[in-house]
Each structure stands twice: as structure tokens, then as C-alpha cells.
Design a binder for this molecule. Structure first.
Ligand code: PMP
Ligand code: GLN
Length: 383
């Protein structure tokens, strides 16, 4: 393994999912739903396969039906208008969208300011692109992990090329507020920065939280690369269909990198996701309602088991603090948990450069059936 990647090794998700299989523990580690997405969308994929749509190399930027559907979704939900031909790119999941964006937009040595804790692929993709990551740590404040806008401002230097933002935020469940996003936008405009914003959990927001795309803020439409994924919104994480929307020059740059990573993304699933994007609002309302109930079941169970719970405003993860249990090392806690309680979770420390800062936090996924969550909670209470 070369020097750029040496620090990364195996992802925590592979390690913890393997531990779940080996021990038979309930897997609340890696974030994937235990119920597949809508039947009619699965049928659409089958139809595409059977009718021979997408079984040979689809167009590099994505099939026109899907690009049109992505543009229509951005217009309908957010009033953002993108040209499907020049401002939309289909990728092999959000993971490729992130990697291709950073590979396309960074010069070696450029600094990337990213919210910490950060989704694990960010650090590796920044490293592959030869960039330097500069984390700005979200810290607990009144029950939520909060972005300190002064720290964010202070992190920007003359070497900063872009801000890498994620809202709703994995793993903390924070949804950035209008005021926070406005401040990020002002900073980006003032310092002439690009912004790559990972909004894969855009539809998974609860209670009064509202997802606001950064691209809708003044001055942002032209400098923002927005990333979405069908994995989260439609519960098809195995399909690996993601996308980028941005101004033509940015999409063209990202497409140049994507060409040499995967060239194209799998064809038949693109046709099915195009149909998913046209689902009525009732689909999203139902998903949100069902996830909110499951969040509440898991959050209550974790609190009863003695964890401090940070109730997430978005995503399907809940971050906890294990110190009330007399624990302080999330890594050791998560490695022991399958044997000790029959449950798998993720130590948030893997998402930090400052491992000390992340040490006491542990993440549980609640995109699981209610009885699975109840059983996991019972096991944790009994531990
Ligand atoms: N970004 C974030 C914040 C995520 O949580 C994930 C998946 N867990 C991804 C990107 C990757 O998405 P995909 O599966 O579409 O590659
Ligand atoms: N994004 C998912 C999570 O945070 C995992 C995806 C992966 O395994 N890379 O759990």
C-alpha cells in the first residue's frame, strides 16, 4: 500500500460487519436498511434488465432518463434548476461522486476544510487527490453536535481550495441550520472557495428540521457541487447509484475524473432510479415517519441502557456518549460489544483526526426493523 493510503487500511464498516457475521450479533454498525426499497422500483430494475435497457455500456454521464429525473427532483424539491445535459452527472454511488469531485478539483497540496467527524471516505479521497484535510470539529452543545462558525472561519487559509460539507451529517445526525448554512455560504463567497456538499441524507430529516441545500444560498449555485444518492433515499444501498449536480464547468471536471474511475455506472439500475425519483411526496413522508418512529425506539432504549443520547435531527444514525456507562474508549467498547451484548456499533473515533476528541462517542444505526431495534435495546439494557 502506498504512502497516500497507508493510514487507511480496511474501513471500519467492513471490519464491524465481519464481526457481526462472525458473532451473530445484531448489526447496528454499517448503515444499510434491513428492508429493501419499494417493490415497484425493484420491478422497474427487473423490467430494464429484461427489456435490454442498460445491459451494455450506458452513456458516460448517465442515461438521459435518469439525468432528467434528477434535474426534475432538484427543481420540484428545492427550486434549483439544472440542465440535465450539462449540469448533472450520474456516479457509482455518492462514494464515487466524492472521490471524482476531489480528484478533479484539487491540486496537490490544496487544503480541504471538512467537518469532523467526517465520513470515512472523505479523508481517503482527499489523500488520493494529494490534498490536505483540515478538520473543523463539531462539538456537543445542548444535545446536538454544533458547528463553531469562528473555528470554521479560522480554518480557511490561502491554501484552502474547497469546503467539504455534509448535511444531514453522518455520524452525528446534525442538520445544519439556515443560519449555519448562510454563514458557510458567505465564507465561501468571501474567500472564493468551491464547496462540495454531501447531501445523501437530504430526505431523512425529522421533527422541525429542514434540509436546505447549500446551492440555494446566495452566490452558491455557481461554486457548489451537490452530491446525492439513491442508496439512502430509496433503500437500495447495493445499487450504487449516486449523482452530482453543479454548474457546467464543475460537472465537466468531475466527469473527466469519473471517466477513468468507472467510465459509467451500472445501466439497468439507472432506469429504475429514474422512476424512484418521480415517486410522490407521500413516499418521502412515509419514509421519514417510519424512520422517526424507529429513531425514537432506539434512542429510548439506549437512554434506558445508560448511554447519553444525541437525538439526531437527520440521517439514520444516533451518536451516543459512553462515559455515563463508565467507559471512555469507543474502539475498545465496540470491539467488545458483540461478545458482551450481541450488538455491533461503530466507534466515532474513526471519523476524527483528533481521536481523543472522538473517543467517547459510539454510533448506532436505526434503519432496521422495529423488533430488531427493540431486541438490540433489550440486550444493551441487560449488559
Ligand atoms: N456520504 C455519506 C455521508 C454516507 O453516509 C454514505 C454512505 N453511508 C456515502 C456518502 C456513500 O454513499 P453511496 O453508498 O451512495 O456510495
Ligand atoms: N455510509 C454507510 C455508513 O456510514 C456505510 C457505507 C460503507 O460501508 N462504506 O454506515
Amino acid at each position: 500500500l502506498n504512502r497516500r493510503l497507508a493510514e487507511f487500511g480496511t474501513t471500519i464498516f467492513a471490519e464491524m460487519s465481519a464481526l457481526a457475521v462472525a458473532t451473530g450479533a445484531i448489526n447496528l454498525g454499517q448503515g444499510f436498511p434491513d428492508t429493501d426499497g419499494p417493490e415497484e422500483i425493484r420491478e422497474a430494475a427487473v423490467r430494464a434488465l429484461r427489456d435490454g435497457r442498460g445491459n451494455q455500456y450506458p452513456p458516460g454521464p448517465g442515461v438521459p432518463e435518469l439525468r432528467t429525473a434528477i434535474a426534475a427532483h432538484q427543481r420540484r424539491r428545492y427550486g434549483l434548476s439544472y440542465d440535465p445535459d450539462t449540469e448533472v452527472l450520474v456516479t457509482a454511488g455518492a462514494t464515487e461522486a466524492i472521490a471524482a469531485s476531489l480528484l478533479a478539483l484539487l491540486e496537490p497540496g490544496d487544503e480541504v476544510v471538512a467537518l469532523e467527524p467526517y465520513y470515512d471516505s472523505y479523508a481517503a479521497s482527499i489523500a488520493l487527490a494529494g490534498g490536505r484535510r483540515v478538520p473543523v470539529t463539531l462539538r456537543p452543545h445542548e444535545g446536538r453536535f454544533r458547528l463553531d462558525l469562528d473555528e470554521l472561519r479560522a480554518a480557511v487559509t490561502d491554501r484552502t481550495r474547497l469546503l467539504l460539507i455534509n448535511t444531514p451529517h453522518n455520524p452525528t445526525g446534525t442538520v445544519l441550520t439556515r443560519a449555519e448554512l448562510a454563514a458557510i455560504a458567505e465564507l465561501a463567497v468571501e474567500r472564493d472557495l468551491l464547496v462540495v456538499t454531501d447531501e445523501v441524507y437530504e430526505h431523512l430529516v425529522f421533527d422541525d428540521a429542514e434540509h436546505l441545500p447549500l446551492a440555494t444560498f446566495p452566490g452558491m449555485r455557481e461554486r457548489t457541487v451537490t452530491i446525492g444518492s439513491a442508496g439512502k433515499t430509496y433503500s437500495f444501498t447495493g445499487w450504487k447509484v449516486g449523482w452530482v449536480t453543479a454548474a457546467p464547468a464543475l460537472v465537466s471536471a468531475v466527469r473527466s475524473a469519473k471517466q477513468f474511475l468507472t467510465y459509467v455506472s451500472a445501466g439497468p439500475f439507472q432506469y429504475a432510479v429514474a422512476e424512484a425519483l418521480a415517486l410522490p411526496d407521500s413516499y418521502y413522508d412515509g419514509l421519514r415517519r417510519s424512520l422517526r418512529e424507529r429513531r425514537d425506539i432506539l434512542a429510548a432504549g439506549l437512554a434506558e441502557a445508560g448511554f447519553e443520547v444525541f437525538r439526531p435531527a437527520g440521517t439514520y444514525f444516533v451518536t451516543t456518549d459512553i462515559r455515563p456507562l463508565g467507559e471512555k474508549d469507543g474502539f475498545a467498547f465496540c470491539r467488545a460489544l458483540p461478545e458482551r451484548a450481541g450488538v455491533v456499533a461503530i466507534p466515532n473515533a474513526v471519523f476524527y483526526d483528533d481521536r481523543e476528541a472522538g473517543a467517547p462517542f459510539v454510533r448506532f444505526a436505526f434503519c432496521k426493523k422495529e423488533d430488531v431495534l427493540r431486541e438490540a435495546a433489550a440486550r444493551l439494557r441487560a449488559m
